[in-house]
Design a protein around this ligand. Structure first.
Ligand code: PBG
Length: 326
């Protein structure tokens, strides 16, 4: 007998009943940029429909997402002041720390907050750590990353997400958090982060492009996938609670491979360049933005991710509500 999957496709109710991949808005995380200053809600030129928010207005952004069913936020800070050691990243009054306190004051546990822990938005040279000449000093950077994680925890963060790619940072941060009484603060590690051109629009948005050189000495080479597994397993052993692969769309094979090899939940970050490409092509009338958003986001889950970090989180939540995906 000839198999006829077509019969299942004839009817929309059956199609929905037999979907192999399920997505819910519980699995989505929305990135937010908090900027020093007052009364700021400014569209980011490189990221259409994404905004810089000042602390006094960021709650508008949170509230609108909560109304759509998105309650997890990845926070990035854009400080006015930058220096060699990125001191605003761990200052009690740094822009993210103030943002966390403001959001928690207004929304409490309704808003789950995740702090991106890195230095590139805060250093005058734009690198993700403390420099020794032309190179980042890995172990010295660990001390600073730990301070940033503790400062975020003191402000009330629920989870930290180190994106720096230094070696040994998960163990260092776990120890620092535990020592300071934050045993319950989770760590989502950007375990598998490639040196990617897809971060371009983010670097424009965050003013975090390196002033010299590139990030290839600490971010991964996109020729490699066994290295991804090694990074993932190392971070698992060091105490990460969730792992991440980044970027997403061009790394679906990596997501699948890492998912097969680790026992931890896996997130994928659909980064700024992926979003900007869809926006740009849609603006020219070349593609259907809504359709591409749904299809490319679903692909990340089909590859094995449990969580998706995306600038489309709000629109996806609406697509899920409509039943177009999920
Ligand atoms: C910080 C960081 C970056 C992104 C997330 N955290 C930039 C980078 O590594 O250059 C990129 C996110 C995006 O492109 O959407 N290190």
């Amino acid at each position: 007998m000839i198999e006829r999957p077509r019969r299942l496709r004839l009817n929309e109710t059956i199609r929905k009943m037999t979907r192999e991949t399920r997505v819910s808005s519980d699995s989505l995380i929305y990135p937010i940029f908090i900027k020093d200053g007052k009364d700021i809600k400014t569209e980011i030129p490189s990221l259409e429909n994404q905004f810089h928010w000042s602390v006094d207005r960021v709650s508008e952004c949170i509230e609108s997402s909560l109304n759509k069913g998105i309650n997890k936020f990845l926070l990035f800070g854009i400080p006015d002041h930058k220096d060699e050691v990125g001191s605003e990243a761990y200052s009690e009054n740094g822009v993210v720390q103030r943002g966390i306190r403001e959001i928690k004051k207004n929304f409490g546990s309704d808003a789950f907050l995740i702090a991106d822990v890195c230095m590139c938005e805060y250093t005058s040279h734009g690198h993700c750590g403390i420099l020794d000449g032309k190179y980042v000093n890995n172990d010295k950077t660990l001390e600073y990353l730990s301070k940033i994680a503790v400062a975020a925890a003191e402000a009330g963060i629920d989870m930290v997400a180190p994106s720096d790619m230094m070696d040994g940072r998960i163990a260092a941060m776990r120890n620092a958090l535990d020592k300071n009484g934050f045993e319950n603060t989770s760590i989502m590690s950007y375990a598998v982060k490639y040196a990617s051109s897809f971060y371009g629009p983010f670097r424009d948005a965050a003013g975090s492009a390196p002033s010299f050189g590139d990030r290839k000495s600490y971010q991964m080479d996109y020729h490699n996938v066994r290295e991804a597994v090694k990074e993932a397993l190392t971070d698992e052993k060091e105490g990460a609670d969730i792992l991440m692969v980044k970027p997403a769309m061009s790394y679906l094979d990596v997501i699948k491979e890492v998912k097969d090899k680790t026992k931890l939940p896996l997130a994928a970050y659909s980064v700024s360049g992926e979003y900007a490409m869809i926006k740009a092509a849609a603006k020219q009338g070349l593609i259907d933005e809504y359709g591409i958003m749904c299809e490319s986001s679903l692909a990340v889950f089909r590859a094995g991710a449990d969580i998706l970090i995306t600038y489309y989180a709000n629109e996806l939540a609406e697509a899920i509500k409509r039943g177009d995906i999920g």
